[in-house]
Design a protein around this ligand. Structure first.
Ligand SMILES: [Fe+2]
Length: 260
């Protein structure tokens, strides 16, 4: 049985550890800090089989040297970025497997947050999963640091076109900030209001409301809803001008969130 375990790291990062019960093999996604990942491997008697990296930022890559050095495992990362320690460079459409992990992995290039950012799709007995790094968050999206607004919009659109039951695993827990923003952009959204109440109860209990499904993100995440009247109208009001395309709404929405 595959398990996908959240390991909290740094201030708000989540290192996702994918493990296979039947073999004990495990993979860490974006280990920005080595200690929490290594502790998790040890406490659960897991045998690390590899590391997946979505982009070059230090809070995602900081653990590569220590973990790969301790276990001698391959490190997968984007071909479009120069990341020390990455041993397998991936492009859009590449696919691969790990010995001992019963999942098929594939790669989608999602430029925007960084120029070479990639996300990982993992298919297995527990369905479709996508590890979105800093491209798509629960209720939000990453800042556009290196790409253009058009690129980020296209990247999110590609993710949004996956099957709606795909489970979404971002690399940060930004839920409270993102849903505070949703309350401003799309205040009548019933699913968002319900979710944030449940999230508070779970959080008080030390639990996490992630992953969500893509279906849920399409219902609440304003960055995937730029063609929806409620979002389009709010962004026009905020910007004080009208927009004719979803991509223009998106770019303005991202600017709004940057200063929110
Ligand atoms: Fe980042």
């Amino acid at each position: 049985m595959i398990k996908i375990n959240p390991v909290r790291a740094l201030s708000d990062n989540i290192i996702w550890v994918i493990s296979d019960d039947s073999t004990g093999a495990a993979i860490a996604v974006d280990p920005g800090d080595p200690a929490p990942a290594i502790n998790f491997f040890r406490e659960n008697n897991l045998i690390p089989a590899g590391i997946l990296i979505t982009h070059h930022h230090m809070d995602h890559t900081g653990g590569i040297g220590t973990i790969a050095g301790a276990y001698t495992i391959p490190v997968y990362g984007p071909s479009g970025e120069d990341i020390p320690g990455v041993t397998v460079k991936l492009k859009d459409g590449d696919s691969f497997r790990f010995e001992g992990i019963s999942m098929d992995f594939s790669v989608i290039e999602t430029p925007g947050h960084t120029r070479g950012h990639i996300v990982y799709v993992a298919e297995g007995e527990t369905g479709s999963h996508i590890f979105t790094g800093d491209t798509l968050f629960t209720g939000g999206c990453g800042r556009i640091f290196e790409g253009t607004g058009e690129e980020m919009f296209q990247s999110l659109s590609r993710i949004a076109s996956m099957p709606v039951d795909t489970l979404v695993y971002p690399a940060h827990d930004y839920i409270r900030d993102n849903f505070r923003f949703i309350a401003a952009v799309d205040p009548g959204n019933p699913e968002a209001g319900e979710f944030i109440k449940k999230d508070k109860a779970l959080r008080d209990d030390g639990k996490l409301s992630i992953p969500t499904t893509l279906e849920f993100e399409l219902m609440v995440n304003p960055f995937l809803r730029c063609a929806v009247n409620a979002v389009h109208g709010s962004v026009e009001t905020w910007a004080g001008k009208s927009f004719n395309s979803a991509v223009d709404v998106f770019i303005s929405l991202r600017s709004w969130k940057n200063i929110f």
